[in-house]
Design a protein around this ligand. Structure first.
Ligand SMILES: [Zn+2]
Length: 253
């Protein structure tokens, strides 16, 4: 198989590959400050998905999704936003298409916070409608935060929109699109335990929160390695038999 990217495959190649699983890369199109492209989230989720699938045998990567729910990022030029309802329908329709063609194991690889509610609703509804489906999702920053070596990031644990971690990913995945001479961010104070709803202009006066000037390609490659190294074995099990929770009786007290 020459490629895992669905949009590049012919029908003959697609059928011959015998795909049993798919990755849906989810992004957005919105300002990522003056140093990253607006399509950052689509580029990031797609590049990670391709790197993962290239190490697998039967997982296809759907085309990059460059639109997401970006209403809370609309202060800065520019953002294209789907409503949460539209984004939920987009994801639901993709899941339905995969189900129709017999691909029942799907990973939603997300790179944009505004997509989280839509992923949750669409995935739950598809699972209820089609119990034979195995559906899972990851946000790259969650697996990164939990598994990356302590001390990797200098500021705010790497957090932020176009911040230290995301900017590092850009330097690793699409360096030709980065303009680091224009990088600048602000670090807001948010509560670590309570989920607070903000508009992005409340967090920073720039298009970036966190500390993008602290980004490096090495930190970006460390994030890529964490995500790819964790997801390849996970999806190998997925390709073989989908989700399998094999419950056992609790141990006796
Ligand atoms: Zn982003």
């Amino acid at each position: 198989m020459d490629t895992v990217q669905m949009e590049l495959l012919t029908t003959r190649e697609f059928v011959a590959a015998g795909f049993t699983a798919a990755i849906i890369p989810l992004g957005a199109c919105e300002s990522h400050g003056d140093h990253m492209p607006m399509g950052t989230d689509g580029f990031t989720s797609h590049a990670l998905a391709v790197q993962i699938a290239e190490q697998l045998e039967r997982t296809v990567v759907l085309p990059p999704n460059f639109l997401g729910m970006s209403g809370h990022y609309r202060h800065h030029p520019m953002a294209l936003s789907l409503s949460s309802e539209t984004q939920t329908r987009v994801i639901a329709d993709l899941l339905e298409s995969l189900h129709h063609w017999g691909i029942h194991r799907v990973l939603l690889l997300n790179a944009h916070d505004g997509n989280i509610p839509s992923i949750e609703i669409a995935a739950r509804d598809a699972k209820i409608a089609h119990p034979e489906m195995s559906i899972a999702t990851i946000d790259w920053w969650v697996v990164t935060n939990q598994r990356i070596a302590e001390g990797t990031f200098d500021v705010w644990a790497g957090w932020g929109h176009a911040g230290e971690a995301e900017t590092s990913l850009g330097l690793a995945l699409f360096p030709e699109l980065m303009q680091m001479e224009h990088a600048r961010g602000q670090v807001p104070t948010t509560d670590p335990h309570v989920r607070e709803f903000w508009l992005f202009e409340e967090l920073t006066k720039y298009g970036a929160s966190g500390a993008p000037k602290h980004a490096t390609p090495e930190k970006g490659q460390a994030i890529v390695d964490v995500v790819v190294d964790y997801m390849v074995p996970y999806l190998r099990r997925f390709e073989d038999h989908g989700l399998d929770f094999h419950p056992e009786d609790e141990p006796e007290p």
